[in-house]
Write a new protein. Structure first.
Length: 103
């Protein structure tokens, strides 16, 4: 409500903002964050409990590179070695990578 005091117009903050000041947004954010954490935790735990023995004991072994730059275990390793040889014809090879000089 607005009122006139000493020739000045005073409007309370609720009328000036056009809305109520109940703090509902705070509760909506809190409940949303808790719901997201709960749902993601359930998804993570369900995946962990449904793992079998083979999946839980699996290890990761990164691929290693040979002298020619081909990856061991790669099915296209011969193709990679051939393309490196073709590139070496018109450029030099340094550390297994083709290097072309600018002219």
């Amino acid at each position: 409500m607005s009122e006139v005091r000493n020739g000045e117009i005073h409007i309370d903050s609720e009328d000036a903002s056009g809305g109520s000041k109940e703090g509902v947004v705070r509760w909506v954010l809190l409940i949303s964050i808790l719901a997201a954490v709960l749902i993601l935790s359930i998804i993570w735990m369900a995946g962990a409990f449904s793992q079998n023995e083979d999946e839980s004991s699996a290890t990761y072994e990164p691929a290693t590179a040979t002298e020619q730059g081909a990856i061991i275990g790669d099915t296209d390793s011969n193709l990679a070695a051939d393309s490196m040889t073709d590139m070496a014809d018109d450029s030099s090879v340094q550390d297994g990578l083709p290097v072309t000089e600018n002219e």
